[in-house]
Design a protein around this ligand. Structure first.
Ligand SMILES: Nc1ncnc2c1ncn2[C@@H]1O[C@H](COP(=O)(O)OP(=O)(O)OP(=O)(O)O)[C@@H](O)[C@H]1O
Ligand SMILES: [Mg+2]
Length: 325
């Protein structure tokens, strides 16, 4: 583990910055680590090394697919792994890192993706007439040359978009070829659930079977993730010097308000804390939270932050059709 401790923030500016940068664990960090563990060789102490595991008969490495609806925290989760995992160090030209992190732009074709890889690995002789297959061949070769052991492709579904001039099958196979490159890189792709469907559209299924899958889901009330969310909120509040009454059940109300959507729940939780810090308040009441929520979701008579017992408010909101998180 890299050392990520920071000193406690004191001024308002320090506190707000600290809060903004806070990653809130929600339980899938362990699942990701467990899945990553399978992609690499282990040493005699059973520790994961940065050497991708290769099938000795085919020389192929393995892949991991991270799937979840938009806002479920895929990017945040993967970027955190790059910050804290000593194996997944971020690759930058002329630095030691071994993990190349690519975010696919919405309109990218597979050729464009290869060109992005070439540029990120310091290849400057990109010829506009370069064919896609050739660009990919050079890209795969570059991994070995510059010491890349892992490639993360975020928003990978973008290269699978059908349409004229787009080659979905070619895109699927270029992923497979990454796992067949020499000297071998582990591949992590992330995207919305339709990414899996796109990869499954390959009739032979040869690319799909090379991937393990990790699905990120919503936070359900009462789950371990919900418990972790509550702890994060309380811990952050403590560091920031603001008090929350446990009996207000603020974490549950936030999760409920945002239908368990990780990104939105974290964002609302942070906004409620930010509201208190920036206005120099040292306690957060339900009325404060209600006001913050109504700014992003106007037009509601009753919100989950209504000042009454949480069980009563929940029952009432369920009765009027608020889908529970
Ligand atoms: N665990 C977390 N701690 C703190 N912030 C988080 C966490 N998870 C998500 N967020 C925040 O929520 C927002 C949405 O998360 P993120 O961008 O990771 O979702 P995503 O699944 O990658 O969505 P998309 O498919 O739209 O790219 C981001 O602003 C992110 O910083
Ligand atoms: Mg994302």
């Amino acid at each position: 583990m890299k050392n990520t401790t920071t000193t406690a923030p004191i001024t308002i500016t320090e506190k707000l910055k600290w809060l903004e940068n806070r990653y809130w664990k929600f339980g899938d960090e362990e699942n990701l680590a467990d899945n990553l563990f399978d992609l690499y060789e282990v040493d005699d102490d059973g520790r994961m090394t940065s050497q991708p595991r290769r099938d000795p008969l085919t020389g192929e490495t393995r892949g991991l697919m991270v799937l979840g609806a938009s806002g479920n925290g895929k990017t945040a989760l993967l970027k955190r792994a790059l910050r804290v995992d000593s194996v997944l160090t971020k690759f930058r030209i002329n630095h030691d890192g071994t993990t190349l992190f690519i975010t696919v732009p919405p309109d990218a074709t597979i050729k464009k993706l290869a060109e992005i890889i070439l540029a990120k690995t310091g290849y400057t002789k990109i010829d506009a007439k370069l064919r896609s297959a050739d660009a990919w061949e050079i890209a795969r070769h570059r991994f070995g040359l510059v010491g890349i052991k892992t490639v993360v492709i975020d928003e990978c579904h973008h290269i699978m978009r059908p349409g004229s001039g787009r080659d979905v099958l070619g895109a699927i196979q270029s992923l497979k070829h990454i796992m067949q490159s020499d000297p071998g890189v582990a591949l992590i792709i992330a995207g919305v659930p339709s990414l899996k469907d796109a990869i499954l559209s390959e009739p032979s299924g040869e690319t799909y079977r090379r991937f393990q899958e990790l699905h990120l889901t919503r936070i359900r009330l009462g789950s371990k993730a919900a418990g972790l969310f509550g702890k994060n909120l309380m811990k952050s509040a403590k560091t920031l010097g603001v008090e929350l009454a446990v009996e207000d059940a603020l974490p549950e109300r936030i999760i409920f308000a945002e239908h368990g959507q990780v990104g939105k729940s974290v964002a609302l939780g942070k906004e409620i804390l930010r509201d208190a810090v920036s206005r120099k308040r040292d306690t957060i009441s339900l009325a404060n939270a209600d006001r913050v929520f109504k700014k992003s979701t106007p037009g509601l008579d009753m919100t989950p932050f209504h000042s009454a017992d949480w069980d009563v408010v929940k029952a009432e909101l369920n009765a009027i059709g608020w889908v529970q998180g």
